[in-house]
Design a protein around this ligand. Structure first.
Ligand code: HEC
Ligand code: HEC
Ligand code: HEC
Ligand code: HEC
Length: 157
């Protein structure tokens, strides 16, 4: 009998926790990736510089050209650096499902922009882009192989 009460209390406790977690999740709006096009209207200069001069704006083309020579698994391995937010919440999934995220866009440096594009609050986007951020894709092997160390503004706008 006593055991039964303890069990019931424990069950209610767990139920309470679950409800709390669900409520918290719906309150926290998760930042999602939106793609470079969503930045165009408010940052025309950065957008057009990026489209015209950054190789990142064509980074999907680079891997697409080689798709036929790669296994599907090898091809997916390219997404991590040649697309926007692959493997992260709201990031690139496939050319068909997420066409706006298929190149390495603004958000690979500035972070997911869904909360910022809604009104342009500068606190909701990353401005302080550091070299560590570049290193996730421009890693040591690649830099040595190409004898190329990107400057902070290179490849941007
Ligand atoms: C609705 C208009 C709007 C859109 C859309 C928008 N921004 Fe902004 N953004 C602003 C405004 C306004 C500011 C603050 C004033 C300024 O610095 O120009 C700003 C500032 C910034 C800053 C500097 C933040 C700082 O601390 O000074 C960055 C970086 C930025 N935006 C990136 C982006 C990116 C990347 C996108 C697309 C994902 C984007 N913005 C889309 C309006 C917008
Ligand atoms: C998500 C991965 C990723 C991140 C993060 C990243 N890059 Fe790149 N970058 C690329 C890819 C991929 C290319 C090559 C695109 C192509 O040619 O297909 C590239 C190309 C470049 C180039 C070649 C020249 C050009 O005009 O595009 C420079 C310079 C560069 N990046 C600088 C930077 C810097 C500086 C940072 C950090 C502030 C950075 N990148 C962050 C993926 C990344
Ligand atoms: C760890 C990040 C990373 C991965 C994974 C990656 N790339 Fe890249 N790729 C880069 C960066 C950074 C550059 C540009 C700078 C450089 O050449 O080092 C680049 C450049 C290129 C270029 C040269 C484009 C040009 O304009 O000359 C091609 C082609 C390319 N990658 C194809 C691929 C393919 C295909 C895959 C998958 C098999 C792949 N990459 C995987 C980061 C990556
Ligand atoms: C390769 C990385 C990279 C990419 C891609 C990139 N930016 Fe930036 N962005 C930077 C850096 C670095 C700064 C300078 C931050 C600082 O002032 O310390 C910056 C600054 C900014 C600013 C603040 C104003 C200024 O010029 O200092 C805005 C707005 C901005 N970026 C928008 C964009 C938009 C829109 C895109 C896509 C079209 C984009 N960025 C793509 C690296 C990048």
């Amino acid at each position: 009998m006593k055991c039964h009460i303890i069990f019931t209390l424990f069950f209610l406790f767990c139920l309470g926790l679950a409800v709390q977690t669900l409520a918290a999740q719906s309150l926290i709006k998760e930042k999602k990736y939106v793609g470079a096009k969503a930045c165009m209207a408010c940052h025309e200069k950065e957008y057009s510089n990026y489209m015209n001069f950054a190789k990142k704006a064509k980074s999907f083309e680079s891997i697409k050209k080689m798709e036929a020579k790669l296994t599907p698994e090898e091809y997916r391995g390219c997404f991590e650096c040649h697309t926007t937010g692959y493997g992260k919440p709201g990031g690139f999934e496939s050319e068909e499902k997420t066409p706006d995220l298929k190149d390495a866009g603004c958000e690979v440096c500035h972070g997911p922009g869904s909360l910022h594009i809604d009104g342009g609050d500068p606190d909701k986007i990353i401005r302080d882009v550091t070299m560590e951020n570049c290193n996730t894709c421009h890693n040591k092997d690649r830099i040595e192989a190409f004898d190329f160390k990107p400057l902070l503004f290179g490849g941007a706008h």
